[in-house]
Design a protein around this ligand. Structure first.
Ligand code: AMP
Length: 464
């Protein structure tokens, strides 16, 4: 287990150490069972397991790594860039990284991985689009591979737990996790509300589980019913902590954290786009001598996105939207509106106008949402209409346009919205409508961006 292997050092010590790729590999170290906390953890686990009465499980199968060598994945060294090859990662992950065509680490990966691979806790200030998901997944998966558990294990005892605020985000993380564990035999299970409980339960009782990715409520349901035990969790990832706070999930997250080993005996990785006083207090409670990693939002969200603001009246908005979706370059468009009823109406009007449109909002059942997202990814749907919460989990490359049909009330949401385009190095366009009802929201957005957003009239011919 990870925390048994390391004496934790402070962030300052970590920076001074500049670990080499080899020393970053936890697998090269021998377990030190005398470390404080580890025996306590085992006792707690043993007595709990006695009560569980669960049958012990041995992994039923393991994905075989087809014959592959890292020499098949050549990436030239470039000054100032970190290659995944430089981090001493297990070949099974390198194989998956090669399949994903990731060549160099993104800035957050380059900043975080040297520390997290050595077992340190980390707090990352990063938005979506920065590669933070792969940053934490690669770190966790590499450690699980370096420290396999040879003894019998119990069912329902994950070694790593990722919690995220929305179902879409959980599904997206799980998709990335399945790709990255494709050659490892590690078992990834998602637990999310709004989806078949029984199916999810079967996944927990059918085989050993290594990584659980979950929304807080559903996770607590499973743990409350005795299908899931968190006292063997070695890695805890809390994603979008600020969103978790906004959505009122913090009491649930606190309960979950209390079910995991003490912070000294687990690795905690926490990500948040913003750090308010509340979030800072929580991170202090939940992490142990973490390294702080900050990636500025401007670098992330806006570099590849051309941002336009059209000054329009409320009643002109739909007509202009129709013009935008008919542009030949508008191959894949997300339209954001603030309220569910607005998204519903927009979706209906677009469909009546013959546009292949889909709707993602909280009132749409989860399986339908997943289906819609898949159709959007497959190019069968050209325009997706979404609310902020539903749109947060949309990680689709190749989105050409984001339209803010209404400006968001929270400036952070603006950055999230436009970050849906311009991903993975591509260029994107965002068009925001500023009308008499919402133009007053622009200055706060500009303050957050640290830049003025030039306002313009839509092209004259669009108004006729
Ligand atoms: P995220 O911030 O986790 O939502 O990731 C944003 C996107 O970047 C996803 O589509 C990832 O597949 C992609 N990505 C993550 N890391 C890398 C990398 N090192 N190189 C290229 N693309 C990446």
């Amino acid at each position: 287990m990870l925390k048994k292997l390391f004496k934790k050092t402070t962030a300052a010590e970590v920076s001074a150490e500049k670990p080499s790729a080899q020393s970053g590999r936890s697998g090269s170290e021998k377990p030190d069972t005398d470390k404080p906390g580890s025996s306590k953890k085992a006792e707690a686990g043993d007595s709990a397991q006695g009560k569980r009465g669960k049958r012990r499980g041995k992994r039923s199968d393991g994905a075989q790594q087809p014959s592959w060598s890292v020499s098949e994945f050549q990436v030239p060294e470039v000054p100032g860039k970190v290659r995944f090859h430089d981090l001493g990662l297990d070949d099974r992950i390198m194989h998956a990284i090669a399949d994903l065509n990731f060549e160099y680490c993104s800035p957050i990966q380059a900043a975080a991985l040297p520390h997290t691979l050595r077992g340190h806790d980390a707090i990352g200030k990063a938005q979506t689009g920065t590669g933070k998901t792969a940053a934490f997944l690669i770190s966790v998966i590499n450690d699980l591979l370096n420290n396999p558990i040879e003894d019998e294990r119990y069912l329902g005892e994950p070694r790593a737990l990722v919690i995220a605020p929305t179902r879409e985000l959980v599904q997206q993380i799980a998709e990335d996790a399945r790709q990255l564990t494709g050659y490892t035999g590690l078992n990834v299970v998602t637990l999310i509300g709004g989806m078949d409980y029984q199916k999810q339960q079967n996944q927990l009782t059918g085989d050993l589980v290594d990584i659980v990715i979950a929304t807080p409520g559903r996770l607590l349901d499973f743990s409350g019913r005795g299908d899931l035990y968190l006292d063997r969790v070695e890695h805890l990832v809390i994603d979008e902590a600020d969103r978790m706070l906004d959505m009122g999930f913090i009491p649930q997250v606190k309960r979950i954290i209390r079910l995991t080993p003490q912070k000294e005996n687990r690795q905690t990785l926490l990500f948040s786009a913003t750090f308010t006083d509340d979030i800072i207090r929580l991170t202090e409670q939940w992490t142990y001598q973490p390294v702080n990693i900050e990636i500025e939002p401007e670098q992330v969200a806006t570099d590849n996105v051309e941002q336009k603001v059209f000054l329009v009246s409320e009643r002109e908005k739909f007509q202009i939207l129709q013009r935008i979706v008919r542009l030949p370059e508008a191959v894949s468009v997300i339209v954001f509106a603030n309220r569910r009823d607005q998204t519903r109406r927009l979706h209906e009007r677009l469909r009546k106008g013959g546009v292949a449109a889909g709707l993602l909002s909280g009132e749409i059942p989860q399986n339908k949402r997943s289906q819609t997202l898949q159709q959007f990814k497959d190019g069968k749907i050209q325009v997706l209409v979404a609310t902020d919460v539903a749109g947060r989990g949309i990680h689709v490359d190749g989105i050409s346009h984001v339209v803010n049909f209404t400006l968001p009330e929270d400036p952070e949401d603006y950055v999230h919205r436009i970050g849906r385009t311009g991903r993975a190095g591509a260029k994107g366009t965002s068009i925001s409508f500023a009308s008499e009802d919402d133009a007053f929201l622009l200055p706060a957005i500009e303050t957050l961006l640290g830049a003025k957003l030039p306002c313009e009239q839509p092209p004259e011919e669009w108004m006729s």
